[in-house]
Design a protein around this ligand. Sequence first.
Ligand code: 3PG
Length: 306
Amino acid sequence: MKVLVATQKPFAPVAVEGIREVLDGKGHELVLLEKYTDKKQLLDAVADVAALIVRSDKVDAEVLDAAENLKIVVRAGAGYDNIDLQAATEHDVCVENTPGQNSNAVAELVFGMTVMAVRNMYDGTSGSELRGKTLGIHAFGQVGRNVARIAGGFGMQVSALDPYCPDSVMEDAGVSPVHDIRELYSRNKFVSLHIPATPETTRSVGYDLITLMPKGGVLINTARKEVIDEDGLQKALRERPDLKYVADVKPDNADALLEEFPGRVFFTPKKMGAQTAEANINAGIAAARQIAEFFETGAAPFRVNK
Ligand code: 3PG
């Protein structure tokens, strides 16, 4: 079977080689489309493939229409908001993700950016430390759990909110469960976002929650830009000169924020939480294995569409 890896933001070469090995070993053929700039390139490339591996690449109805032989799409990563699940189901295409495979990489970046924020974006002035400080984890999935583990090393006091996660899972990780979103924001100096982008979470973190944060609060977003109400964030930063916002998912109003709040906001140039060789290897190889398994046995353990 032909398996297309279509990545605008490519995997590390070592991960591509790993994917190739897995697919070769099962008699499949790897086709590579990296750093494409035009949707037309993707539409042409999917025309005769049976499987597709993507990252944040958009797989919409047009792509699915163009992919006549497509049976499976694997999002090498966690969030699948880039894939039109309903259209995939209508095209009889299975969609899977690879949960957990890149979560340590994202969690490490949370601390890379948090330390930078409390050291005043490394401007040489006196900053502060994380030890003993409160951290709220907004959603306790795979990334949130890695954040909690690393926070333990920093000596932080960690709490988390996640209606889908039993309290016992948090407690076993040394994390205090919180059941009220306002409490999560009001009791933690640091809040790290790990909610997926869904209709329910879109623009769900805005002025009201952000301004509940204690003095000197830092909001860290390695999740999705869509979960932030950007106007509300701007208003909160304007009213509360003590707050900072650091994000791996650049908001649409990034330029305005950078200009208005120098030293208080930071954005990576493009989403790079999962951009490590290790995460690429883990997620890429998991995706290749899931595809091989699907064609061999029909199993799709991480299927996300109906
Ligand atoms: C994910 O959902 O897995 C992360 O946001 C990483 O996305 P990426 O593969 O586009 O870097």
